[in-house]
Design a protein around this ligand. Structure first.
Ligand code: GDG
Length: 466
């Protein structure tokens, strides 16, 4: 078998993955590439005034990293525009926030074509290409136009929206048609895979076979659900290193006998932070005995600050935490500690371990790796309780968490209260099952399942024959 070529918008060299990197995708891919003599291709993160197509190639940690720069206009239209103002909100069910401008989709097409121009010459006959995420949906189409016949797979890290929601996007058919140039289409969950199939049969007049081969536009793509896993071993090692232990001890000392409820998220409107704060407030209102006995630590790392909707959510969260803290705080107790900075990964592991409740309540989320990290960081003898949104992809697997509807304030409040009071034996039993499943479905299992499906896929063979 040839090499694996991974393509994603941003490239995070594997050597950097343990500390400051934010983003589940970066962590998962670093783990996947460590074992493969693969090539990782993407945007350098740099802009230059005029596009040259110049490829920069480096060898980092056994992986060849190849990047190109983009122009400022590309960044506005492709990244901040179509990817993060149009697709991200729509795919997270926020049609109200989804902005469509023709220049965005032009920029999106242009950057995908530029990626293909730089990438096509690197591809050797036996290589497999694995493209990641919503930034690069048309990439296979652009590569095919340049004569690339290799197997190409696509994995979507975010949810696939319901059919009628996607139909609100101008030119949605073109976007989906481009996906049929992939051999394999991977989604995080059954829910997303079947929403895609529903679009194919309901919106396109296509068909899907019982073994999940989708036919439309005269082409065939294999569909599958490949829930992304955690790099459990690396995360456990981080959770036991000196920094993690020191952070755990520091947190533990600062608890003052109080129980910590923890949220860790990129500061994004899909993560349901406002609803979470209001649910926590509800718990304080309904259960006065909790006051001064618990606190919520919310780590919300700033993200995509160039996009207005992110400035809006940040301002709303500042206001809600200010109001709740103003209403409930006493001289030596603040109900919400709200922190807007990034932590090191091992520091974070120490913080997870000190929390009685991991509160992971996104309104919509492809998977949510924080839920998995929280479980992996727990003390097996005295684990905390995971409260998890039914709208996080992780809820399909993590059924031993307390599963909640994040839109239902009372329900989330009651789950917090139940988690705080849960007997140790039940906490251990639930945790042990969650942890065994995390190990069984870790990032290596995810990578292997996807690569195996891509290698054995017969849709690609039909393409070569036809
Ligand atoms: C997308 C999908 C899917 C957060 N704060 C810090 C920090 N983080 C790390 C967490 C976790 C990652 O960022 C966040 O991953 P999520 O999975 O929760 O969410 P997205 O970034 O939205 O990722 C998501 C994922 O892709 C993978 O497929 O699960 O559904 O939206 O690893 O620990 N890391 C560090 N400092 C922080 O302050 N080092």
């Amino acid at each position: 078998m040839g090499r694996l070529i991974v393509v994603s918008n941003r490239v995070q060299p594997p050597g950097d993955a343990s500390s400051g990197a934010v983003g589940g995708l970066a962590m998962a891919l670093a783990a996947a590439l460590r074992e493969h003599s693969g090539v990782w291709f993407g945007w350098s993160g740099q802009t230059i005034e005029e596009h040259t197509g110049q490829l920069s190639v480096q060898r980092i940690g056994g992986v060849t990293v190849a990047t190109i720069d983009l122009e400022p206009q590309d960044l506005d239209e492709y990244y901040n525009g179509y990817a993060n103002k149009t697709l991200w909100p729509l795919f997270h069910y926020r049609v109200d926030l989804s902005v469509y401008e023709r220049s965005f989709s032009e920029g999106y097409g242009r950057v995908n074509a530029r990626f293909a121009d730089a990438l096509a010459p690197l591809i050797q006959p036996d290589d497999m290409v694995w493209v990641h995420d919503y930034h690069l949906m048309p990439l296979a189409q652009e590569l095919r136009r340049r004569g690339v016949k290799n197997r190409i797979g696509f994995f979507l890290h975010i949810p696939w929206p319901a059919r009628r929601l996607l139909a609100t996007l101008p030119n949605h058919r073109d976007l989906v048609e481009a996906l049929f140039d992939y051999d394999l289409l991977g989604f995080q969950t059954e829910d997303s895979a079947s929403a895609f199939e529903d679009y194919v049969t309901g919106e396109l007049d296509g068909s899907v076979t019982p073994d999940r081969r989708a036919h439309a536009f005269g082409r065939t793509a294999q569909v599958g659900a490949f829930p992304i896993g955690l790099d459990v071993e690396t995360f456990e090692a981080a959770a036991h290193d000196e920094v993690a232990v020191a952070e755990y001890e520091r947190m533990h000392a600062s608890l003052n006998g109080r129980a910590m409820i923890l949220g860790v998220d990129r500061l994004d409107y899909s993560k349901g932070l406002e609803e979470r704060f209001l649910a926590y407030e509800q718990a304080l209102l309904d259960h006065e005995e909790l006051r001064e006995k618990v606190f919520l630590l919310q780590i919300a790392t700033p993200s995509r600050e160039e996009v207005d909707a992110y400035q809006d959510i940040r301002a709303r969260l500042d206001a809600v935490t200010g109001r709740i803290n103003g209403a409930f705080a006493t001289v030596d107790w603040v109900p919400i500690r709200y922190v807007n900075r990034a932590y090191r990964r091992d520091e974070l592991a120490g913080v997870y371990r000190a929390a009685k409740i991991g509160l992971v309540t996104p309104l919509r989320d492809g998977m949510n790796l924080v839920a998995k990290e929280y479980v992996a960081a727990q003390d097996p003898e005295d684990p905390g309780v995971l409260v998890l949104s039914q709208f996080a992809g992780a809820s399909e697997q993590m059924t031993q968490a307390l599963i909640v509807n994040p839109f239902n304030r009372e329900e989330v409040a009651e789950a917090i209260v139940r988690g705080l009071a849960m007997p140790k034996s039940e906490r251990i039993a639930r945790w042990a099952e969650l942890m065994a499943d995390l190990r069984r479905t870790d990032v290596t299992a995810w990578r292997d399942a996807f690569v195996k499906a891509l290698a054995s896929d017969t849709a690609g063979t039909e393409r070569l024959a036809g």
